[in-house]
Design a protein around this ligand. Structure first.
Ligand SMILES: [Fe+2]
Ligand SMILES: [Fe+2]
Length: 499
């Protein structure tokens, strides 16, 4: 029997829609789950995904990908790369694994929402594959770190992290819930696949894969490149949904969803990926700076795509461009200083040669952040470690759940964007964070940041120790300086040599 080529049957089979007779169309596709926005089914049937695959093709390719990644892991296991790796790189992996695998699981829910409720048949079809993709990503990224639990319990945060009230976990859950698991199908297609996956996961997975290959971590490099091949397929679900919204007079709504999702993703990446790329990864293994990765993967990518579609750059683009130079340096300093509150060991990344790199990539770094690190370095050189450890909690943004930071020193212009709503005073780290809240206060108003919970008496005893317990951090899980201050000794030697 002759087998038809995929092109000959694909459009017909995947566009199969039916007219519901036992229930109304609204019962089958409730608006709050579907997000069709009054656009008729006939318009949604024109949805045309750029990447097409069939189930047999999908299964075959995925099987090959899994086989490749698992066999590299097995082959390199005896090599025990982790035992030889720079502690900064180990921290990079521990931070990644604690934040990402269960976020992938949440993405399964987002894909499932589209697979069931999107009125676009092509979207439902692709999301079914996307759902299986995300399940694979969770499984891989739970399994790979598991092999290292014998080395440190910190690797177990792949499973544990997102289930705790650790502050970075709260921030990640808040952003993922907002973009991935609590929206209608079409909003999910735009926020999760178009805004988050097109640019940001590309950067985390391809950018980090490049750094991993440079450090010699071929297991991690192959794992995350394998995941990214799925992402680059299913991230294409957002584009055709956007086209239908624009054609049907919903451009402003579409633009708003994109603007919220890009901003929320950016803030999360500024605290997770920024420090990893510019401070934890050994300096000789850094392919590009975080800013350069952002410019290549996010700025160029979105500017081109948005303008091609007839959309605009988000209104806060100038603020975003300025913050690319700033935000993650403040986040890094905060994470390092509050190191007992994270499950990985932050690498300071400010030895003399690292500071040279930072100054080269971010002219003015020494004048801005270097002067604060000078004080920290001086305290450590003089045996005053206690002055480099936290006793209080920082001011946290009510939208992104991460600290409100800015440039220290001469360029200091920090602002707490305050907003009162229904008798409660909210604090935001930036104008776009406040803007996200104002669009839909009911969605966000009930959430308590870690600091709100502390002030509400939910964290007992009401001190740093109580907060660490609340965050689920045991003493062996709490972060310490990744290199146990070995970098400080380089300053001592330099001083001695100069004397
Ligand atoms: Fe994924
Ligand atoms: Fe994905």
């Amino acid at each position: 029997m002759a087998i038809l080529a995929r092109d000959d049957w694909y459009d017909l089979t995947r566009t199969t829609n039916w007219t519901a007779s036992y229930v109304s169309e609204d019962e089958l596709f409730p608006e709050e789950m579907s997000g069709a926005r009054g656009i008729p089914a006939s318009a949604w049937e024109t949805y045309d995904e750029p990447y097409k695959t069939s189930y047999p093709e999908y299964v075959e390719i995925q099987r090959e990908k899994d086989a490749g990644t698992y066999s590299i892991k097995a082959a390199l296991e005896r090599d025990a790369f982790v035992d030889k790796a720079d502690p900064g790189w180990v921290s990079t992996m521990q931070a990644h694994y604690g934040a990402i695998p269960l976020g992938e699981y949440l993405a399964t829910i987002g894909e499932a929402r589209m697979a069931r409720f999107s009125k676009a048949p092509g979207n439902r079809n692709m999301a079914t594959f996307g759902m299986m993709d995300e399940n694979r990503h969770s499984q891989l990224q739970l399994f790979f770190p598991h092999a290292n639990i014998k080395r440190s319990v910190k690797w177990d945060w792949a499973h544990k992290g997102l289930r705790t009230n650790e502050w970075a976990a709260v921030a990640a859950r808040s952003a993922f819930d907002d973009m991935v698991s609590s929206r209608d199908a079409i909003s999910t297609a735009i926020m999760l696949t178009f805004a988050f996956e097109t640019g940001f996961t590309n950067m985390q997975f391809l950018g980090l894969a490049a750094d991993a290959a440079e450090t010699g971590d071929h297991t991690f490099a192959s794992l995350i490149s394998s995941i990214q091949t799925d992402e680059s397929r299913h991230s294409q679900q957002g584009g055709p949904a956007l086209e239908i919204l624009i054609e049907n007079g919903k451009k402003d709504e579409a633009q708003q969803l994109i603007d919220v999702a890009i901003w929320r993703s950016w803030k999360l990446f500024s605290v997770l990926t920024g420090p990893i790329m510019d401070y934890y990864t050994p300096v000789e293994s850094r392919k590009l700076s975080f800013k350069e990765f952002m410019q290549e993967w996010i700025v160029a990518q979105f500017e081109r795509q948005l303008l091609d579609m007839g959309l605009n750059k988000p209104w806060y683009w100038d603020t975003f461009m300025r913050d690319l130079e700033i935000t993650h340096h403040g986040m890094h300093m905060g994470v390092w200083y509050w190191r007992p509150t994270v499950w990985w060991d932050p690498a300071a990344g400010v030895s003399p040669e690292e500071r040279e790199w930072l100054e080269e990539k971010y002219p003015g770094w020494n004048k801005r952040w270097g002067r604060v690190w000078d004080v920290i370095t001086d305290n450590l050189l003089n045996g005053r470690e206690e002055l480099t450890l936290p006793e209080t909690l920082p001011l946290i943004c009510n939208m992104c759940n991460i600290p409100i930071t800015h440039i220290p020193g001469d360029d200091w212009e920090i602002k707490d964007w305050q907003y009162e709503h229904e008798g409660r005073l909210y604090h935001f780290g930036s104008e776009p964070d406040l803007w996200c809240f104002k669009i839909d206060p009911d969605r966000y108003k009930g959430h308590l940041t870690i600091v709100d919970r502390f002030l509400a008496g939910l964290i007992q005893p009401a001190n740093l120790e109580g907060a660490l317990q609340y965050m689920g951090l045991t003493p062996e899980e709490m972060g310490r300086d990744a290199h146990m201050y070995a970098w400080v000794e380089k300053f001592r030697q330099a001083k001695a040599a100069a004397a």
